[in-house]
Design a protein around this ligand. Structure first.
Ligand code: 13P
Ligand code: SF4
Length: 303
């Protein structure tokens, strides 16, 4: 099958199955092009919460499809590659978080959506990179909050709130690998460029950023900014939609090695197979789902 045939077959199956295809901003270009909606974690959760489609094909990583399944118990949620995981989400288990809760009784637990359903189920509320500051501020009556699993996101939030932010020691291996030396070298190489970074980057990297955004926040910013050149401090996949939407602007990856192999697993063929077989499905047990749903719903209400 040629690529064109594959795209046509996907479009046909999408109609037959009453399916929508959601793709994260880091997905392979082919997959982004065939998606009905592209976005960051918060936008895709909002779309998943509202859709009346019967099938959600989630092109992203496991925790994202799991969030869609938590929000839509009566729909079929497909993750075209079931091995597309997120190493940061696996850095804390439900048992770990239970111990944290025992150590800090009464302290609200704010869980980044990059986490498993079991961990969300033990949390007060969820957050994403787009709303973390707003979510922490919604607990202004609490002198301390606990953020998990990302230590970098927690330290970023701490700089913008009055509460003390305690945190788990997790991190995204891709964002955490970007060093401030690499950024400074890129800034020297491209002195006209603005450096924009994702809050999963290390604190010293964020300290030298001109702006800090979620992935969709970055896309909006580069479109509206008068500047022409940008150094992009996140997974390199985002440069594809940036360049497509802004053909006259120039985007330099802060590091060419910021590639999330999990985000690159899904191919057009995987999307086709998933729609045809309605597998692999992501299902969450009802007991965990209802508890995790409470934390996600609180987040959607606050943001
Ligand atoms: P965004 O919600 O900003 O798209 O981030 C998701 C993610 O996995 C970043 O690594
Ligand atoms: Fe997880 Fe990092 Fe990949 Fe995002 S880029 S999915 S946080 S490993």
């Amino acid at each position: 099958m040629t690529k064109n045939d594959l795209v046509k077959a996907i479009e046909k199956l999408k109609k037959e199955r009453r399916a929508i295809l959601l793709a994260h901003n880091y997905q392979n270009p082919d997959v982004q092009d065939v998606a009905d909606f592209r976005g960051d974690s918060l936008e895709l959760s909002r779309i998943a919460a509202k859709t009346d489609a019967s099938v959600i094909v989630f092109c992203g990583v496991h925790f994202m499809a799991e969030t869609a399944a938590i929000l839509n118990p009566d729909k079929i949620v497909l993750l075209p590659r079931k091995d597309a995981g997120c190493p940061m989400a696996d850095m804390i288990t439900a048992d770990d978080l239970q111990r944290v809760k025992e150590e800090y009784p009464g302290v609200p637990i704010i869980t980044y959506v990059n986490s498993t359903a079991d961990v969300k189920a033990l949390s007060t509320i969820c957050c994403t990179s787009a709303n973390v500051v707003k979510i922490v501020r919604s607990f202004q009556d609490h002198p301390r909050v606990y953020l998990t699993p990302d230590k970098n996101l927690a330290q970023y939030a701490a700089k913008h709130v009055n509460n003390e932010v305690l945190y788990w020691d997790g991190f995204c291996p891709i964002h955490d690998s970007l060093s401030v030396h690499e950024v400074i070298a890129k800034k020297k190489q491209f002195p006209e460029a603005l450096f924009i970074a994702h809050p999963e980057c290390r604190p010293e990297v964020l300290d030298v950023a001109d702006h800090i955004f979620s992935t969709s926040g970055m896309l909006r910013f580069v479109k509206e900014a008068g500047n022409r050149e940008f150094i992009i401090g996140t997974e390199v996949g985002i440069i594809y939609p940036m360049q497509r939407e802004n053909p006259d602007k120039i985007f330099y990856p802060a590091s060419e090695s910021m590639i999330c192999s999990n985000m690159k697993k899904i191919s057009l063929m995987d999307v086709f197979n998933a729609l045809e077989t309605l597998e692999p499905r992501v299902v969450v047990s009802e007991n965990i789902r209802t508890k995790a749903l409470a934390a996600i719903t609180r987040m959607l209400e606050v943001s």
